[in-house]
Design a binder for this molecule. Structure first.
Ligand code: SAH
Length: 353
């Protein structure tokens, strides 16, 4: 249980008897100043003492370790949840903005072959508060180093759309209560079609990223097992409806794997999918993981692939890898799970929520 699981009404109830503005002060301290309830000094001392002892106001994240790279501009937290499950959260400072990469599940059931989280299997869903609290942690750390956290990407451990209801509730808190603009929040999915459909109908201006990696079913079936359930035709149809209904730009993530999906034919197939949707393509040279033998496309071939896409008219960027040396880069998030919480393997075990 996290204090960020509580609704405002529940906070009012916890402060039973106190005037309502005390609840506003507590809420404001938690969401806008990233404070511990016991440190919210606008509250009277006896109220603070009571709040400090209140189990419902406990923190859900125990920091086990924080490691940094890129001269402190990238940091990764290893966090333990109340039941011993572990997750990772990554904070990246750029010259003009700061981004937190948030986990939405402990582990992942999607089993993508090249992703370390997928290789480790699924442990459990994360609660709304456990998701929100990662953003608060990163916002507090940013403020402490004179930065302002302004972007959130649901690109950490897990498949956000396999934990849809909690992820969307968390996004509403991140936008409405923490105050990060919806346009600065990105939900990334490996292609859970019902999730994309639900998101299409939400009145929220968040961004959608689809981890594509292959533009034909034969290759995508091998890289992303969920493709057998939602093949490219279905996925592209859902993406098309999303773009049409929301008028927002979609982005396709493409981990470039040497000799696997970086050939001229791959670029042509990818362009054929991206162009009708006017999708933005994000190329990420594959980061190494223990369970997958292939390596990332070398820099020269990355440029060639990018240029080929550009020549087809595709809007494309190459994502700079961050935090590889601390295993904080895309696809490298993995934690050993303690005994008693055995991860389950298997493809797409849960897509409902
Ligand atoms: N499950 C969601 C959210 C995770 S996002 C999704 O797949 O979109 C993590 C991103 O990193 C995804 O785009 C994923 O495909 C990509 N990725 C996974 N393993 C990678 C690796 N080894 N190197 C580079 N990118 C990787």
């Amino acid at each position: 249980m996290s204090r960020y699981d509580l609704s405002f009404e529940a906070v009012v109830e916890l402060l039973d008897g106190a005037p309502r503005y005390r609840a506003d002060q507590l809420w404001e301290g938690m969401y806008r100043r990233y404070q511990e309830p016991g440190s919210i000094t606008v509250l009277p001392r006896e109220v603070r003492a009571r709040l400090e002892a209140e189990p419902a106001l406990a923190s859900a994240l125990r920091e086990e370790r924080r490691v940094s790279a890129d001269r402190g501009d990238t940091s990764k937290w290893l966090l333990e949840l109340h039941d011993g499950a572990r997750i990772e959260t990554v904070l990246m400072h750029h010259p003009r903005h700061s981004t937190v990469c948030v986990s939405s599940q402990a582990g992942c059931a999607m089993a993508c072959s090249f992703c370390a989280t997928g290789q480790g299997g699924f442990t459990r869903q994360m609660s709304v508060g456990e998701i929100v609290e990662q953003v608060v942690l990163a916002a507090r750390a940013s403020a402490e180093s004179g930065r302002r956290l302004d972007h959130v990407v649901m690109m950490g451990m897990g498949e956000p759309m396999a934990n849809y209801a909690n992820v969307l509730d968390a996004v509403r808190r991140i936008v409405g209560d923490i105050g990060i603009g919806a346009r600065h929040v990105t939900i990334s999915t490996v292609g859970v079609v019902p999730g994309i459909r639900r998101l299409t109908a939400e009145p929220l201006q968040v961004n959608l990223a689809v981890s594509l990696h292959a533009a034909n079913d034969e290759l995508r079936d091998r890289l992303v097992p969920l493709n057998r359930r939602y093949p490219l035709s279905k996925l592209m149809q859902a993406c098309g409806e999303y773009v049409e209904a929301t008028h927002r730009r979609i982005s396709f993530e493409w981990a470039l794997i040497d000799q696997v999906n970086d050939r001229a034919a791959d670029a042509a197939e990818l362009a054929a999918l991206a162009m009708p949707l006017k999708a933005h393509v994000n190329l990420i040279p594959l980061n190494p993981t223990p369970g997958y033998p292939a390596v990332g496309t070398p820099p020269g071939a990355v440029r060639a692939f990018r240029d080929r896409l550009t020549s087809y008219g595709v809007n494309v960027t190459v994502r700079k890898t961050r935090g590889q040396e601390i295993a904080a880069a895309c696809g490298q998030l993995v934690v050993e799970t303690p005994v008693g919480l055995k991860p389950r393997r298997g493809v797409a075990a849960q897509t409902a929520s």
